[in-house]
Design a protein around this ligand. Structure first.
Ligand SMILES: NC(=O)c1ccc[n+]([C@@H]2O[C@H](COP(=O)([O-])OP(=O)(O)OC[C@H]3O[C@@H](n4cnc5c(N)ncnc54)[C@H](OP(=O)(O)O)[C@@H]3O)[C@@H](O)[C@H]2O)c1
Length: 278
């Protein structure tokens, strides 16, 4: 990275942001890290700016924006125009999987995300900003992700875990995304574009559950149930205020393959993610 470069990092307190702070240490850059919560560690190369981006973009001049938080914040930051020449932003491959979801709220959310991706691409093009958009499948790592952490909670409570399908998963470690973001900053225009990213290992949903349980020292039994029965159980649990973080649409997805072909990223960006080690 060029000497004295300034990176504006959004989403600094999340897993990807924390790994990026680690990976930029000693790289001759300054990072201005934005989040509402304080990042877990202090670094000499990092200035933390506590700011709620819902109130407006950060008032910072920086050549490079790395966004590991909500994509809408990256868009506002670009639209504000603060000398940016480079944007590396995290979005999601879910726009491909959830656009047909049976859950209307999810469909709306994915529609909004897809529109935000397009608006970001347009805003960057109008301002001659080189944009790299990273679209990973499910992200894990860092201890506080909503995916593997939720599964860890599930397998630690239940001896028999119900499953409704054998859909494929390719979880992406947050640190692999941080490493790729740093490599994209270094490689510049060569990394421009939109990139689908899968993890280093593809496994079925039940195998992923068993792997998560083993990482917790648990030996679970999987109980194959029809999705209709599981969805009825979830709806009943919701009536009594339980399992609110699990939705019928999530049950349906257990049978779906949520994987992408990331050959272009492997061949052109050198994307080389680790196997799934929860
Ligand atoms: N979760 C997944 O499996 C997954 C998969 C693929 C892609 N993605 C993508 O990854 C991105 C981040 O997702 P996430 O679920 O990790 O996001 P998140 O939990 O909403 O936010 C992650 C980071 O953004 C910061 N942030 C959120 N709201 C903020 C605000 N109002 N002001 C300042 N900072 C704010 C958070 O910091 P504070 O809370 O400290 O402010 C945190 O550091 C999204 O673009 C998402 O589409 C996620």
């Amino acid at each position: 990275m060029s000497e004295g470069a300034i990176i504006l990092l959004l989403g600094a307190s999340g897993a990807g942001g924390r790994y990026l702070l680690d990976r930029t240490a000693g790289q001759r850059v300054r990072v201005i890290a934005v989040s509402r919560r304080e990042p877990a560690r202090a670094f000499p190369h990092v200035t933390w700016l506590q700011h709620d981006l819902e109130r407006g973009p950060a008032d910072v001049r920086a050549g490079t924006l790395v966004s590991f938080g909500p994509l809408a914040h990256a868009l506002s930051q670009v639209e504000q125009g603060t000398g940016l020449g480079r944007v590396i932003a995290l979005s999601s491959a879910s726009t491909m999987f959830k656009k047909q979801s049976s859950d209307r709220a999810e469909r709306r959310q994915m529609d909004a995300l897809a529109r935000c991706e397009q608006a970001l691409a347009d805003a960057c093009r109008e301002r001659d900003i080189i944009m790299t958009l990273l679209k990973p499948t499910m992200i894990y790592g860092g201890g506080d992700d909503a995916n593997v952490s939720r599964l860890k909670g599930l397998v630690s409570r239940l001896a028999y875990v119900p499953v409704a399908g054998r859909g494929l998963r390719a979880p992406v470690h947050a640190d692999d995304l941080a490493r790729l973001a740093v490599e994209c900053v270094i490689s510049g225009p060569k990394s421009a574009g939109t990139w689908l990213l899968a993890g280093g290992e593809t496994l079925t949903y039940p195998d992923m559950l068993s792997r998560v349980a083993a990482s917790e020292g648990r030996n679970i039994r999987l109980l194959r149930l029809p999705a209709s029965i599981m969805k009825a159980g979830i709806r009943a649990a919701h009536l009594t205020g339980r399992l609110k973080d699990i939705t019928p649409a999530m049950i349906e997805r257990q049978a779906m393959d949520l994987v992408v072909d990331d050959t272009p990223a492997r061949e052109q960006l050198g994307w080389n993610p680790r196997p799934f080690r929860p």
